[in-house]
Write a protein of this length. Structure first.
Length: 152
């Protein structure tokens, strides 16, 4: 499998975000607040030149995680919209995406990465060194989530 990770535009994430994260909902639900900011990065994972995984990284101003309050805004990013097409899951595409992102963010002097993890993804993130820092909570129409983070 030939895997390449490269920067993409927000709109280029939709073909993966939609079936994995917003199935059965309108395509415009794939646009996330902050997608178009100049400080936001979107990565695409390509297998044989076909997009199979995506992830977005926002420099976030509303960090409500106690462990992250010592960092300033430019040192902390939020992962949003990470998704790998169902037929490609289990092939280390997500692991490669997150590892690539961590290195990219470290090079931009980021000190931490945090996100709202779906309950079904928690074990994946734990295997990659992230820790849960909240009680479970519900996001309407999506399901149970946990706040997770990792110091970079």
């Amino acid at each position: 499998m030939s895997l390449k990770i490269r920067n993409i535009l927000a709109i280029e994430t939709y073909p993966v975000r939609h079936p994995v994260l917003r199935a059965g909902r309108p395509i415009n639900d794939c646009h996330f607040e902050g997608d178009d900011l100049s400080t936001t990065y979107h990565l695409g994972a390509y297998v044989n030149e076909q997009l199979k995984g995506v992830a977005s990284f926002l420099m976030h101003q509303d960090v409500s995680i106690e462990e992250l309050k010592t960092f300033n805004i430019k040192q902390c990013y939020q992962l949003r919209g990470m998704a790998v097409l169902n037929e490609m899951q289990g092939q280390h595409i997500g692991k490669n995406l997150i590892n690539h992102a961590e290195e990219m963010l470290k090079n931009k002097n980021a000190l931490a990465l945090w996100f709202n993890a779906r309950e079904s993804a928690v074990s994946f993130y734990k295997k990659n060194g992230y820790q849960i820092v909240s009680e479970p909570y519900e996001i309407a129409t999506i399901g149970t989530h946990y706040k997770m983070y990792k110091a970079l």
